[in-house]
Design a protein around this ligand. Structure first.
Ligand SMILES: [Zn+2]
Length: 294
């Protein structure tokens, strides 16, 4: 029979000595490790709101981003354009955001349908100023492109009597870029710009166009739309109607190789978000892949 024994102090001491030795060895080895030891692999950074410097999108979007000057040419020239992409491409575009009610819904719908979009931002108080930078960072992180629309979005200031005021247009653009860099970082440098109301709506834009070109920007209009900013009489009442508007525009444009769809994510805009699965399904069925501008 084994005698009852008190807990062994020798045993406890042995454990403590062993622990101290291990700790000492670890510290000494770490201190002596060669400084050239390769760093541990970084965790995968995707999804990332980090902009690829000199662009308007993140690293994941590099694979499907097309320069704005090219997109403009493709829309203008249609099948006559000399260097069309191998597959037909559709660019979904949303103007006049961000807004706290519409933009998250648009982003959820894009995520659910698995396609990216290009957002043309109002960078002043009625857009970014009200809705905040996190929405822009989410747009970026989820593989979308962020382009300049305006700071003021004030037609009277930009186009008094419907004629371009070059100085106002260019200073408004510079102010928008500053605000967007504040939200997305100094590396943010888009090549895309959309005139409020569209290039097609105003006269006397040649000097402003040249000013944009000098700043590395190309303006982008559209060749199809859901009609979500049309006057009430012409506004689509159902998602099916909004999707049908896009199909009709594509047919009228002669099934062009490159499609730019105009939609909006201003406060209160819902119909295009609800129509998005239909619009995307129709475009896919017609053979279009999806890209972003920039
Ligand atoms: Zn607008």
């Amino acid at each position: 029979m084994r005698p009852n024994r008190a807990p062994s102090h020798h045993g406890l001491l042995a454990v403590l000595v062993l622990l101290a030795t291990v700790l000492f060895a670890t510290v000494v080895l770490a201190a002596c490790a060669p400084p050239s030891r390769p760093p541990a692999p970084a965790p995968s950074p995707t999804p990332s709101s980090a902009v690829v410097a000199g662009t308007d999108h993140n690293a994941a979007a590099q694979a499907y981003a097309y320069p704005a000057a090219k997109v403009q040419e493709w829309v203008r020239e249609g099948t006559r354009a000399p260097d069309l992409p191998a597959q037909k491409v559709a660019f979904l575009t949303f103007d006049d955001g961000p807004s706290t009610d519409a933009t998250p819904r648009v982003l959820d719908a894009l995520h659910a349908t698995g396609v990216p979009a290009t957002f043309f931002i109002i960078a002043g108080p009625q857009g970014l100023g009200r809705a905040g930078a996190p929405l822009l960072q989410r747009e970026m992180a989820e593989g979308n492109a962020v382009c300049i629309h305006s700071y003021s979005h004030d037609y009277g200031y930009l186009y008094p009597r419907r004629k371009a005021d070059t100085e106002h247009i260019l200073s408004d653009q510079a102010r928008a870029l500053d605000a967007l860099r504040g939200a997305l970082g100094p590396g943010y440098s888009p090549d895309c710009f959309r005139y409020p109301g569209g290039h097609m709506s105003w006269t006397g834009l040649a000097a402003a166009d040249a000013g944009l070109t000098a700043r590395g920007l190309s303006w982008i209009d559209w060749n199809t739309m859901t009609g979500d900013a049309e006057p009430r009489k012409k506004e689509p009442r159902t998602p099916a109607e909004a999707a049908r508007n896009v199909k009709t525009d594509i047919a009228h444009a002669g099934n062009p190789p490159v499609v730019v769809v105009l939609m909006h994510d201003a406060p209160g805009k819902r119909i295009s978000t609800e129509a998005l699965p239909l619009v995307v399904a129709d475009l896919r069925a017609a053979g279009y892949a999806f890209g972003v501008i920039g």
